[in-house]
Design a protein around this ligand. Structure first.
Ligand code: HEM
Length: 503
């Protein structure tokens, strides 16, 4: 009999327990309802997608922060994204809550372009990421590695100065654009550091075409930067993945295929040199020695990453800094005086940088106001967590709006003004790279900040030491930006006068 009654009794206890737990949870929730971040009102189904039509979402995010506060949520089709707009809450996400927010959320375009998250910057945190970050730091970007590439940086900066000098002599015109020579010299440096050699052209067997250096730059740097901001509406509606979007797919696949083919051809050429016993001391040589841990696709993706990352944000920062200095003669004079006092008749070099606090302040203030990476690529929350006192459930995407952190009135007085003097206060350590959040924070902090600072500060210093800069009339208003990083839409045009001729 007992074995007949027992199942009934067990069932009663089970039902009772489940009901009890359900009631208890209900009471708990009623007492302490989960506190979600405020939501920006949007449309049914599409959420806030229409409000983000233009390709500068950081500006819209910043406007919303004025209404909804430093942390709020938006809906992009089926996914919920929490946007962080203050340094305090950004640090909480990037540093203290990192273990709950460590994976990357990439668009389909970025997944294709990064060869399924094979590059350091877009890989998910884990063994692969730790390994390849160690590779890039040990071989090119860490302090010791940077010493080995010093001669490339010195040569690059002197070349830019010489090109500008010759240009104004030969053309009897002092109006110049810094972009062209700087971009091309920076690309030489990126190739030398990544492949050991600069190249004038490359024959790509897969495509049966020889590409010039300009075309290589277009394929490896410009096209992927544009592709990275392409939006495939199916990213926001995964249940509609089956609907074809051929034009978009073809465009991104073409881009990815061409950049892969060109990088592969460049690698093959260098491999031949290595096999003839030539040692080129570069990232590729280092990666080949570690090849057993990498697939061919990963190797190609990593070499491409080092080329594109070296070629872009440093140019963006340096051009904006020169724009600001050319626009603000008082700041330019102050910087020139500082350089004169420290360098006297010597050419400014990297050794002088730690003795030049105003130059350092110009660099950080330019990063603050022109945020080269205005939005950190989104992360995915994989377990429930808390941010800024709000509950953030697993499955949410997170993005950090660095532009808004840099414009936050709580942290910065008159944030819209370019004012390097703000970084001269005792609050800041001169050589601290993280006066702003521009290089990120925590375990995914930028690996190339030292290189960016060394090139940008030495270049700004040398360009001011050598020439007096004055913006062309009408240039003040040219502040529009394009691309993923905040490139100046129109290259800066300025008049330069060699210092030895300046009044
Ligand atoms: C002014 C110039 C630069 C700025 C503002 C900048 C900014 C950033 C930011 C915001 C991140 C993302 C951090 C995160 O996800 O939390 C990042 C990551 C990264 N950056 Fe930079 N960057 C600059 C220059 C460079 C250069 C010159 C290189 C290499 C040549 C480089 C290599 C990397 C790498 C490899 C990562 C990935 C780090 C990781 O995921 O662990 N960056 N950078």
């Amino acid at each position: 009999m007992a074995h007949v009654i027992m199942p009934g009794a067990l069932a009663t206890i089970a039902v009772f327990s489940i009901t009890f737990v359900a009631i208890w949870k209900f009471i708990l929730h009623r007492r302490r309802p989960l506190n979600y971040p405020p939501a920006v009102p949007g449309w049914p189904v599409i959420g806030n997608l229409f409000q983000l039509k233009e390709k500068k979402p950081y500006l819209t995010f910043t406007k919303w922060a004025e209404v909804y506060g430093p942390i709020y949520s938006i809906r992009l089709g089926t996914s919920v994204m929490v946007v962080l707009n203050s340094a305090e809450v950004a640090k909480e996400a990037l540093v203290s809550k990192f273990s709950s927010i460590s994976t990357r959320k990439l668009s389909k375009a970025l997944t294709t372009l990064t060869c399924n998250k094979s590059i350091v910057a877009m890989s998910d945190y884990g063994e692969y990421h730790k390994m390849v970050k160690r590779y890039v730091i040990n071989s090119i970007l860490g302090p010791n590695a940077q010493k080995r590439y010093r001669h490339h940086r010195d040569a690059m900066i002197e070349n830019v100065v010489n090109i500008l000098s010759s240009k104004i002599k030969e053309e009897y015109c002092s109006l110049v654009e810094l972009r062209e020579p700087f971009q091309s010299e920076l690309f030489h440096l990126a190739l030398k550091q990544s492949l050991g050699k600069d190249v004038e052209s490359v024959y790509v067997e897969e495509l049966g075409v020889t590409f010039t250096k300009k075309e290589i730059f277009q394929i490896l740097v410009v096209d992927p930067m544009m592709g990275a901001i392409e939006v495939d509406w199916r990213d926001f509606f995964p249940y509609l993945r089956w609907v074809p979007n051929k034009r978009m797919e073809m465009k991104i696949q073409q881009m990815a295929m061409r950049k892969r083919a060109v990088t592969k051809a460049l690698i093959e050429e260098q491999k031949k040199r290595f096999s003839h016993g030539e040692s080129l001391s570069c990232y590729l040589e280092y990666l080949l020695s570690e090849e057993s841990n990498l697939t061919e696709e990963q190797l190609i993706a990593l070499v491409w990453e080092s080329i594109i990352e070296s070629s872009d944000t440093t140019l963006v920062t340096t051009e904006w800094a020169m724009y600001e200095l050319a626009k603000n003669p008082k700041c330019q004079d102050r910087l020139f005086q500082e350089i004169e006092e420290i360098c006297r008749s010597e050419k400014l070099t990297e050794e002088h940088l730690q003795l030049l606090p105003y130059l350092n302040a110009v660099f950080h203030e330019t990063l603050r106001i022109h945020s080269p990476v205005p939005i950190i690529p989104p992360r995915h929350v994989h377990e429930d967590t808390q941010l800024g006192g709000y509950h953030i459930p697993a499955g949410t995407d997170i993005t950090v709006n660095l532009y808004a952190c840099n414009m936050d009135k709580k942290d910065w007085e008159k944030p819209e003004e370019w004012n390097p003097e703000r970084f001269l206060s005792d609050k800041y350590e001169q050589m601290d790279m993280h006066k702003t959040m521009n290089f990120g924070a925590g375990k995914r902090v930028c690996a190339g900040s030292l290189q960016a600072m060394l090139i940008s500060c030495s270049a700004i210093g040398r360009l001011i030491q050598e020439f007096q800069w004055k913006l062309k009339d009408g240039e003040e208003e040219n502040i529009d930006t394009v691309q993923l990083t905040t490139h100046k839409r129109y290259p800066m045009k300025a008049y330069i006068t060699p210092r030895n001729q300046a009044a």
